[in-house]
Design a protein around this ligand. Structure first.
Ligand SMILES: [Zn+2]
Length: 579
């Protein structure tokens, strides 16, 4: 049903004819029994994201929950003497955004030895700027201590930085920087030397070194090869103090709230980090956090008897993040048909890097996680990897779906019709990417013949597959409006169009970014839509995304972020700022 003024007034008028003024008394006395609101947003364009796609004008909140949604007059009946009324002047309200898979990165000051320098295109435009920034960092870093950076994009720099290039920034600090995919690392000569990586070092299973003509690694370490840089001989700064670390995470979380994100799922967490988050929330952080614990601590999780749903609506655990496969934007994921590139590893017929587990090992890992009552969230990008993941899900869920365990495939990038059908039949959640805006140029390596079935959000929705959305931040920006633009346009920043058949409307994209995430963490009964009884988590936007130019969605501003009825972020008032 649509909440419109006419619906409210038609019965009122009819009654008025019958009972005259008695009606007013009736309404007043009835409403006086109802719970009064702490807060009412009125004069809004509310996109409720309910299955019927209703719009509303007002929403009332009490005790952190939504107590009424509807037309202004209807909701204002819950106004009491202490109710705060916020007239949003016709602005749009959507449920709080839910980023179903990301990696919070503590943000330290530039001078700190713990800083991980942002090398993304928003920070450096070319190789010279990248070297200059690392050089600047070297000047404020004690000699011998490592310099870390992340987010460089080879496609924007004209290639991965080699050790010789990084040596120009410093030969007195080991430099270790990560590609935007997170799956490739570039190191300078000192870092390779300290890690003992030489011409004679063979490629580890599931990884590879790029090499110079005489076989010496050139600093570019793919997948598991980067793990060899984690040597005991690599100098380490004193760890940050608890206070420094908390402040750095707080900064990261404040950035999420400023983009309208009210709920996140961290993909690959730990118990110490959970404690940090708990402390931040005790000190007032309103962001809601769901955790997928890292597979490396699976035994610890089992020992502590943690099950899916452990925790509360602020901080909880749903399961285990595991890997089967490699990277899409790093072009290392394993494919059924070869890549369109032949030279990246020097090999012809390049199929990517095979995952480290075989089918049997994968089956038994999944069985163990499921037997312990935990959700499985498995990172997998290439079609050849995803097919193995689905086979494992099918094996452990025999007979098919006695109870929907809501296992997930993270990213699930390169698909085909049979993969989609199996996702549907197995009730597996597809946590698709939305990062064509930033990484569209890397899709060229897959060939345009694959684009119509990459990140297939449109097909997923049409087939009734449970789809959730994520930024995978810092892989792509934790900025839902930019992500929604990417989903609606499938066009990269440079204008490359990737599989336009998989575009979805802004309205559908909002649903994936709200309800989709809530479902993926078993929380759709308490959040993800604006409905009575749900948590009062929502975002006030400067414009209605369903009516805006899809190429300008990223420019829509978040004016206010509300979590549990409290203001978690408010756009600074420009008038006040000028005073
Ligand atoms: Zn991830």
């Amino acid at each position: 049903m649509k909440y419109t003024l006419s619906r409210l007034f038609v019965p009122l008028l009819t009654l008025r004819q019958c009972f005259g003024m008695c009606l007013v008394v009736l309404v007043l006395s009835k409403s006086s029994f109802a719970q009064k609101a702490d807060l009412i947003f009125t004069n809004a364009n509310i996109i409720t994201v309910t299955a019927q796609g209703e719009r509303a004008e007002a929403v009332a909140v009490a005790d952190g929950k939504i107590i009424r949604v509807g037309a202004d007059e209807q909701v204002l009946l819950l106004k009491g003497p202490k109710t705060k009324i916020i007239d949003v002047g016709g602005k749009t309200i959507v449920p709080g955004f839910n980023d179903a898979h990301l990696h919070p990165m503590p943000i330290y000051p530039f001078e700190s030895v713990h800083t991980n320098i942002d090398l993304s295109p928003s920070s450096v435009k070319n190789m010279d700027e990248l070297i200059a920034l690392l050089k600047k960092k070297a000047r404020v870093t004690p000699k011998g201590l490592p310099i870390h950076g992340f987010g460089y994009q080879d496609t924007k720099l004209g290639g991965h930085p080699t050790r010789q290039q990084l040596d120009k920034a410093s030969t007195e600090h080991p430099i270790i920087i990560r590609h935007s995919s997170g799956h490739i690392t570039a190191a300078n000569s000192l870092a390779l030397q300290l890690a003992g990586i030489t011409k004679n070092t063979t490629n580890p299973a599931g990884g590879a070194f790029d090499r110079e003509s005489d076989g010496t690694p050139n600093g570019v370490c793919r997948e598991s090869a980067a793990g060899l840089l984690r040597s005991d001989k690599m100098p380490r700064p004193q760890p940050p103090t608890e206070h420094e670390e908390e402040a750095a995470y707080q900064k990261c979380f404040e950035n999420y709230l400023a983009k309208g994100i009210t709920s996140i799922t961290e993909a690959g967490s730990s118990f110490p980090r959970m404690k940090t988050y708990e402390k931040l929330q005790a000190n007032g952080l309103l962001l809601r956090i769901n955790l997928l614990m890292s597979e490396s601590i699976l035994d610890q999780v089992i020992e502590k008897r943690v099950r899916q749903g452990y925790g509360n609506e602020h901080l909880r655990i749903s399961g285990i993040k595991t890997f089967h496969g490699n990277s899409l934007s790093g072009r290392t994921c394993w494919l059924n048909e070869p890549y369109d590139i032949v030279n990246e590893t020097g090999k012809k017929d390049y199929y990517g890097i095979p995952p480290k587990r075989n089918q049997k090992q994968l089956d038994s890992l999944f069985q163990k996680i499921q037997d312990n009552g935990l959700q499985i969230a498995c990172h997998s990008n290439g079609d050849r990897e995803i097919e193995m993941v689905l086979s494992a899900y099918e094996k452990i869920q025999q007979p098919r779906q006695p109870k929907n365990k809501r296992h997930r495939v993270e990213h699930c990038s390169i698909t085909n019709q049979s993969i989609l059908q199996r996702l549907k039949d197995d009730s597996v959640i597809a946590v698709f990417h939305s990062y064509i805006y930033e990484h569209g140029d890397k899709m060229i390596a897959y060939g345009s013949r694959r684009w119509p079935m990459m990140e297939p959000n449109r097909s997923g929705i049409d087939m009734g597959i449970a789809v959730a959305q994520h930024s995978d931040s810092p892989i792509s920006a934790a900025d839902p409006m930019l992500r929604i633009q990417s989903l609606a346009t499938r066009t990269s920043a440079e204008g490359i169009e990737i599989g336009l058949n998989q575009r979805i409307s802004a309205e559908d994209a909002i649903r994936l970014w709200t309800y989709g995430g809530a479902y993926a963490s078993f929380e759709e009964k308490i959040k993800g839509t604006i409905e009575e009884g749900k948590l009062a988590d929502f975002v006030v936007l400067s414009q209605d995304p369903t009516k805006a130019d899809i190429f300008k969605l990223k420019d829509i501003e978040v004016l206010q972020t509300i979590v549990g009825g409290k203001v978690a972020y408010e756009k600074p008032n420009t008038k006040d700022a000028k005073k």
